[in-house]
Design a protein around this ligand. Structure first.
Ligand SMILES: Cc1cc2nc3c(=O)[nH]c(=O)nc-3n(C[C@H](O)[C@H](O)[C@H](O)COP(=O)(O)OP(=O)(O)OC[C@H]3O[C@@H](n4cnc5c(N)ncnc54)[C@H](O)[C@@H]3O)c2cc1C
Length: 473
């Protein structure tokens, strides 16, 4: 990177918080996205506060330098991988947490991960009820930038549903605040939809293309202490879907719902069943693993009784194995399905949301494609909101074997196309939702016009979708 730029950035953050050393840059060249190619940036800066972020973006704009905001670096689809010789802004030093007990809200800086926040809120008997499987590295702000989901989402939705407002540094360095705190006299964050259109929403799931989120304010809730863990068996996917919909209709407070095919449970439990203490079982075609959570014990007793009745009414049976959902819930740092990572396979993940009543449609598309392309893979996912299911089929390949990798990529692309036809929608924008899916074009063009207006020099998040070809590269 140009020496003059490095000097200007050093003047902002101080020598200790900028690096152009190869070994340091190497760690910023990649992320948890193992199937995307790394690229070594020209420099990394670690600002201390919002003001420094603003000054850095002004310099980047002046010199037209590509900028990748980076928080936990745990995202899985290459969006946090920088371009060669560009600038990475590491946001982990912004580590403020402010709790507003009366407003039942919290404001966190971009460096706070879910684990830290959970520990902090625990002292007030409160929690942020969306907790991804990557919570010891994923930051809350990074999760807002992808609109992620996690444990708690069946009841509370994706994280965007909890956001009350944001502090953002726009690509030109201007600092803005959205939500009720746009009034500097507000006692704290309490309302998102203030002052007209929902500008907060523009930044949720934006992957950093519209600016850098330096703080986010979110709703928080009384911590639940009473849980019911159970597994329910069904012979068809449709019965399982009906069971979950009926639980929803009866306001059962499910905080975790994961649907598994019997054959997938066999696959996982062979690896980690013993560690999780899950007893041997002849799994039915479909198993629903569910955690019901309540603040009060009497509410829990009523919900768990109702769930069992609904299971039987919808043609299922209560399996009664509690270890599977309990360990998924307790071991939130390393989600059960992620255990397959320990085998060192490379994989491509196809994040999407499917409606609950169409859960079976992903299966119907997925398995024939695996056979057609001769690839290995499996489903995974959990209920992510009001009526949506966050699915992430994974396709494995041997990274040393070009043919195998080629097949995995081709199968992945074809699966995205076919899933789109079923009505599935992206969990976040990724290359496979853009390539060859023509129905997305009007929407993407609209989004690009925002991108051009907010970031005319096209410096922000160069690996994020939608890309603006020929500009800023
Ligand atoms: C084992 C494992 C389990 C996972 N489980 C889940 C899960 O249950 N649920 C889930 O949602 N995800 C999950 N993920 C994916 C990942 O953890 C999430 O996407 C996570 O929220 C990303 O946050 P991060 O802080 O790591 O962001 P990063 O990876 O650093 O960044 C993500 C994106 O946001 C942008 N960005 C980062 N910080 C900012 C900022 N301050 N302002 C603007 N843009 C920014 C980046 O440029 C990038 O485009 C998992 C990943 C792994 C490896």
């Amino acid at each position: 990177m140009d020496n003059i730029v490095v000097q200007k950035l050093t003047a902002i953050v101080g020598e200790e918080f900028i690096s152009t050393r190869k070994d340091v840059l190497l760690t910023y060249s990649t992320s948890a996205s193992t199937s995307y190619d790394p690229a070594i940036p020209g420099a990394v800066v670690k600002p201390a506060d919002t003001q420094q972020v603003s000054e850095i973006l002004k310099i980047a704009n002046e010199h037209k330098i590509l900028v990748t905001p980076r928080s936990g670096g745990s995202s899985l689809q290459g969006e946090v991988i920088p371009k060669k010789d560009s600038l990475v802004i590491d946001l982990l030093r912004l580590s403020e947490i402010e709790v507003y007990q009366d407003l039942r809200s919290v404001t966190v800086g971009s460096g706070i991960n879910f684990g830290k926040l959970d520990k902090y809120l625990n002292q007030y008997d409160l929690w942020l009820p969306v907790y991804p499987g990557s919570s010891l590295s994923a930051t809350v702000v990074g999760n807002v930038a992808v609109n992620g989901s996690g444990f708690g989402s069946p009841k509370y939705g994706c994280i965007g549903e909890l956001v009350l407002g944001l502090e953002v540094v726009l690509p030109n360095g201007e600092i803005i605040q959205t939500g009720s705190e746009a009034n500097p006299n507000a006692p704290g964050p309490f309302l998102r939809y203030a002052f007209g259109p929902d500008l907060t929403g523009l930044f949720i799931g934006s992957l950093g293309i519209f600016g850098i989120i330096t703080k986010v304010s979110l709703k928080i809730f009384k911590r639940m202490h009473h849980f019911d863990y159970n597994t329910y068996g069904f012979e068809t996917p449709q019965e399982a879907e009906k069971f979950i919909l009926q639980c929803k209709e009866n306001e059962i407070s499910a905080t975790w719902i994961s649907i598994y095919e019997g054959r997938i449970l066999d696959f996982f439990l062979e690896m980690v069943g013993e560690e999780y203490g899950v007893p041997q079982h002849d799994w039915p075609t479909i198993t629903v693993s569910m955690v019901i959570g309540r603040v009060r014990e009497d509410q829990l007793a009523s919900d768990s009784k109702a769930a069992k009745e609904i299971c039987e009414q919808t043609g299922g049976h209560v399996i009664g194995i509690v270890e599977l959902p309990r360990e998924e819930w307790n071991d939130r740092m390393r989600e059960f399905v992620r255990s397959s990572y320990i085998h060192g396979w490379h994989w491509r993940i196809l994040y999407h949301h499917q409606t609950l009543s169409q859960w079976h449609r992903t299966l119907e598309e997925m398995w024939p494609i695996f056979d057609e392309f001769g690839v290995l893979g499996h489903t995974a996912g959990f209920q992510s909101g009001h009526s949506s299911y966050n699915y992430y089929p994974q396709i494995y390949y041997d990274p040393q074997d070009e043919e195998d990798e080629g097949k995995a990529k081709a199968a992945h692309k074809e699966l995205a196309k076919r899933l789109f036809k079923t009505g599935a929608v992206p969990f976040k924008l990724a290359p496979y939702w853009v390539d060859g899916i023509t129905e997305m074009e009007p929407y993407l063009e609209f989004l690009k016009s925002f991108r051009r207006a907010i970031d005319p020099n096209n410096i922000m998040s160069p690996s994020a979708i939608p890309r603006i070809e020929g500009e800023g590269e």
